[in-house]
Design a protein around this ligand. Sequence first.
Ligand SMILES: O=C(O)CCC(=O)C(=O)O
Ligand SMILES: [Fe+2]
Length: 263
Amino acid sequence: MSSPHIDIPDPSFLTSPPPFPLSITPIDWASTQIPEYTDRAAFTIANVLTPAECAQLTALAESSAGVEQGPWPPALVRGPGGEVHRPGYRNSGRIIWRNQTIADRIWARCASADGLQERLAVVPQDYGRVRRGEWRFRRVNDRMSFLRYTAGQYFQPHTDGPYCYETDESRFQTFYTLQLYLGDSAAGGGGLVGGETSFLSLDRKRRVDVEPRAGSVLIFQHENLLHEGAEVKEGVKFAMRTDVLYEWVADEKPKNAKRTRKF
Ligand SMILES: O=C(O)CCC(=O)C(=O)O
Ligand SMILES: [Fe+2]
C-alpha cells in the first residue's frame, strides 16, 4: 500500500548535515542488569535531528494521514487473518507513511555517525549454518511507522520480526529496527514521563531503559532482543520506527578450476 503523495513544503528538509558531529553509543550490556545480552547489537545516536525538525517531521506524517485536527488511528498488530486491534497488547496511535526520500534523508543523517555504515554493512555471519553469500545493507525501509502514545498507553513486551520480500532477481530482509524519538522525556526538558523503550530479560524481571530524547535514534537487532514501549505516565510520546533492509548477495560461483597436467 502506498501513501498519498504530499508535498514537502521545504524541499531541502533534512538534506543538510546534522547540526553536530554524531557518534554511536553502544549499550554496554555487561554493566547493565542484563549482562547476558552482551553479544546483541543495540546502540543510540544522539542529535540526529533537531527538536524543530522532529516537530516538522511529525506534522508531515500527520498531513500524510490527514489527521492534523483529529485522533491518530490505533496501531494494529499482525494476526492470523490480517491486522487486528489488540489494545491489551499494543495501545497507541500509529500513522504509516511510506516515503523513501524522507527515510533516506534520515538514514543519511544517521550514516554520518562515525563507524555506523561499517557496523551495519553486512549482517554478521551466522556460524553453524552453511552460507553461500551474505546479506548486504541496501537502505532503510520506506515504511515509516509514526507512533503516538498518550498517558496510559504502551506496547507490551515483544521481539521485532523481520520484513521480507522477493523480486525476480533478489531477496530482501530487515535485520535491525531503527527508532527515532520525536519528543523529549522530562529528563531531557520535555513533558513526557515514562514511555521508555525498555529491553527486558527473558524472565522480564530485569530491564534496561532507553529514554526518549528528541532527535535521538536507537538501532537494535531484531533477533533475540525482548523489549517494550513502557507505559506513558504523563505527556505524549512521539517516535518513528523503520527497519534496516538487506539484500542477499550470493557468492560468485567458483569458476571451473582449470585442469592442469602434472608431469
Ligand atoms: O515505542 C517504543 O518505544 C517501542 C516501539 C516498538 O517496539 C516497535 O514499534 O516495535
Ligand atoms: Fe518493537
